[in-house]
Ligand binder design. Structure first.
Ligand code: GLN
Ligand code: ZN
Length: 773
């Protein structure tokens, strides 16, 4: 095909769309079903209505092929487990009794049966249910959901393209089932899985699918030759089938790298590649393999995971180059639009002059069809859209919101010394010991205390105007007094104020920092029926006034013991927001770091001797490929140190991280130079303490001795046993005693007893250490 005829055939498509509906109808229906208030039929009907509305929206926007099968009651990876019959033995009976209830049991567990484990989908904030596989796993094909959704779309007159998680990614995301050897490699099941995919593909073909999309995002990560070999085999086998639809193999979130030649050579009809900045290398890599002659290339030029308008001119340049590199080029978002909210026009509270910079899922579909039209018919056909796009982009570039001279000057003036404590750790530790006078094995908590219904109600009342600010703040002060009194009575050594004033650890700060925007309807699925509304980090960041000082100071007035100040760190502030795309992340992190530094300094000035800066997101934002790690960790740790380095040597800086595979960031944890780090450790029996000790971590550590993810109360003996385990790795002078994480999701009853046990355990082990010392 010539370039001109390739251009004429350009189509627009997406890989997936937000599932929840305009008013989160899906959440309401599913939760209603769980409570027995919504029947299965009504739930299915809501789902059908939502799918129909989504397809209509996409078709009206001018998309050609529409995705099907991307809809899910809970999670598309769980749907894939059902599709291939990978139901854990413990859920078999439930699934055989009632498919829908069994499905939810796998997702959420029941009284007696644990759910599948949940983890983050690549470097997004979406969580999927981890497939559990073992040498005994028998796969069986169940294409019912995929076929039904395909049939629905066909009946509505659409051109559907079923979207499936590809077999290689499915296996690479899986882990050994409980009871299976840890070193079992799920990818070894590929030959057993492929016939099941073959059957599903044949059934989709039979039901009228012309194309089917197989998502292989796992291939954008660093892969071993064996894994690449498995990918080659998978697509040689699937491509070699006679009874199958045309295959589009999709990748996103990063460049394909070594997997690109593998897929380019495979006997499939099309590839979908990410061409946004994060994956820009795909362009040269594609040229280097000689393009995809005679094949379909779906070009993900519109960023599917941020909320900013696209730069059309830039995309058209990329697309123009791509036209010469494939038999056919289509335009798409870089990944499923699942990761962005539905519709920016619903944000009535955002100034229209700023709203014009925003593109949520609905706006992105229009951008995609505009680009497809421009590519097919020439830029003259989209002249008006191009002009508007350029004006919108220009208004963002020149806005005082994105360019605050004071913030710019401050970040530009940052020196290496600004990110270093004035004294080395050993000196600080001595100064802190003299200043704080804590016992051996000091006890503390991670920050939040139970967020009770009364607290949530008070916040809702304040928002609705049922109570005034004075009434609300009195409520918060009362809570702080109670939390302090309880900790004193229990004998905790370093107290917290309990964070009762915080709706969320990121949102609370975002609301008070200049440069952040809040959305009213910007919901994004986090997992299952849980949706979050990430704040939008839109402009230059500054802190007009103290954010936490008065609450911490109020708490400190109630007690002679040290009260720990609590802040969310810069990396986490970025990770759980939509961040700006018009400057390097490191620059944004530096701005946030400096704004938080002001808060840290103010806390110290107000008499706070211990300040904790939480960075639970440090590990999860690690780039997908190792080549990106060093650059990321450099700015991440720098921004943390900028936050924490403005204080005196005798002020103790803590940090906290939740569960993570710390192995590959141990050096970065050290580079934070925090005096104390608390980590989740109870479930893994203090494994992280060993890891830190082995790596020679020189400072103080609080590996959690109470698993706060369940209401279970640990006994004193249990907590003491974990402490003794911790002591095998970390010397008593550097070991802290604390729970795994914050207590906001716990009830007061279990919190009371658990914390008493924790303090008791510390006392017990203290005397043991004392006698042996
Ligand atoms: N300080 C926070 C809390 O206790 C930390 C939460 C977190 O790490 N996710 O709630
Ligand atoms: Zn935590």
């Amino acid at each position: 095909m010539t370039t001109e005829s390739a251009a004429a055939a350009v189509q627009a498509t997406v890989y997936g769309y937000p599932r929840q509906g305009q008013n989160r109808e899906l959440k309401k229906a599913v939760e209603g079903y769980w409570k027995g208030r919504v029947t299965a039929e009504a739930l299915q009907e809501t789902a059908r209505d939502l799918r129909r509305a989504n397809w209509k929206q996409l078709a009206d926007a001018g998309l050609h092929e529409l995705p099907t099968g991307d809809f899910s009651f809970y999670d598309h990876v769980l749907d894939t487990s059902v599709m291939v019959g990978a139901v854990p033995a413990r859920h078999r009976t439930a699934v055989d009794t009632d498919a829908l209830d069994g499905y939810f049991a796998m997702a959420r567990g029941t009284q007696d049966v644990a759910p599948l484990e949940m983890t983050k989908w690549f470097d997004t904030n979406y969580h999927y249910l981890v497939p559990e596989l073992g040498p005994e796993t028998v796969f069986t094909a169940d294409s019912a959901k995929q076929v039904a959704e395909l049939a629905e779309a066909l009946a509505l007159g659409h051109t559907p393209r079923p979207v499936l998680v590809g077999p290689v990614t499915y296996l690479l995301l899986a882990k050994p089932a409980p009871g299976v050897a840890e070193d079992f490699v799920p990818l070894t099941l590929l030959d057993r899985l492929l016939p099941v995919y073959a059957q599903v593909l044949a059934e989709l073909r039979g039901a009228g699918a012309d194309w089917v999309q197989l998502d292989e995002p796992a291939l954008v990560q660093d892969r071993t030759p064996a894994e690449l070999g498995a990918a080659a085999r998978a697509y040689r086998d699937l491509g070699g089938l006679t009874d199958r639809p045309k295959l589009l193999v999709a990748s996103y979130f990063d460049r394909l790298g070594e997997a690109l030649p593998v897929l380019a050579k495979a006997p499939v009809e099309g590839l979908a590649l990410d061409f946004t900045d994060a994956a820009a290398a795909n362009l040269d890599d594609l040229a280097a393999v000689g393009g995809l002659p005679g094949k379909r290339l779906v070009a993900g030029v519109v960023n599917g995971r941020n909320i900013w308008i696209n730069d059309h001119q830039k995309s058209l340049t990329t697309l123009g180059t791509l036209l010469g590199l494939a038999g056919r080029v289509d335009v798409a978002a870089s990944c499923s639009l699942l990761h962005v909210p539905l519709d920016a026009t619903a944000e009535r509270d955002i100034d229209p002059q700023i709203r014009r910079w925003l593109a949520f899922a609905r706006q992105k579909t229009t951008e995609i069809t505009t680009l497809a039209r421009g590519l097919a018919q020439g830029t003259g056909a989209i002249a008006a859209e191009l002009a508007a796009n350029q004006a919108d982009l220009a208004s963002r570039t020149t806005s005082p919101i994105t360019h605050d001279p004071a913030v710019r000057a401050r970040t530009a003036a940052v020196t290496e010394a600004d990110g270093r404590r004035s004294r080395p750790y050993a000196e600080r530790a001595a100064a802190q010991r003299a200043h704080l006078r804590l016992p051996l094995l000091p006890t503390t908590t991670i920050g939040s205390f139970p967020q009770t219904t009364e607290l949530r109600t008070a916040r809702a009342d304040l928002r609705a105007g049922r109570i005034g600010t004075a009434g609300y703040e009195e409520r918060i002060r009362t809570e702080i007094r109670e939390v302090i009194a309880f900790q004193e009575k229990t004998g905790v050594d370093v107290l917290v104020h309990g964070e009762p004033e915080r709706n969320d650890m990121v949102q609370y700060f975002a609301e008070q920092l200049t440069g952040y925007l809040a959305t009213q309807h910007g919901w994004v699925q986090s997992y299952g029926t849980r949706y979050v509304r990430p704040p939008v980090l839109a402009g230059d960041i500054s802190r007009p006034e103290p954010m936490t000082v008065r609450w911490t100071a109020y708490a400190q007035e109630q007690t002679a013991k040290p009260v720990k100040g609590m802040l969310t760190g810069p990396v986490t502030m970025l990770a759980w927001s939509f961040v700006r795309d018009d400057q390097p992340l490191g620059e944004t992190a530096r701005q946030v770091g400096l704004a938080l530094r002001d808060e840290v300094v103010d806390l110290e000035a107000a008499g706070t001797s211990v300040i904790q800066v939480d960075e639970p997101a440090l590990r999860e934002t690690l780039p997908l490929r190792a080549a990106g790690h060093a650059g990321y960790l450099a700015w991440a740790t720098e921004s943390f140190r900028l936050t924490t380095s403005g204080v005196r040597p005798d002020t103790q800086i803590h940090t906290h991280m939740c569960y993570a595979e710390f192995g590959d960031i141990l050096q970065a944890i050290d580079d934070l130079d925090a005096d104390v780090i608390s980590l989740e450790a109870a479930r893994s029996h203090m494994q992280v303490a060993d890891e830190l000790a082995t790596a020679g971590y020189p400072r103080e550590v609080g590996p959690g001795v109470w698993d706060i993810h369940s209401p279970r109360v640990p006994s004193t003996a249990e907590a003491a046993a974990l402490l003794r385990k911790g002591l095998e790795a970390i010397p008593a002078e550097r070991l802290w005693v604390n729970p795994d994480c914050g207590l906001k999701t716990r009830g007061w009853t279990e919190t009371r007893t658990s914390l008493e046990h924790l303090v008791e355990a510390a006392r017990t082990v203290r005397t043991e250490v004392g006698t042996t010392a």
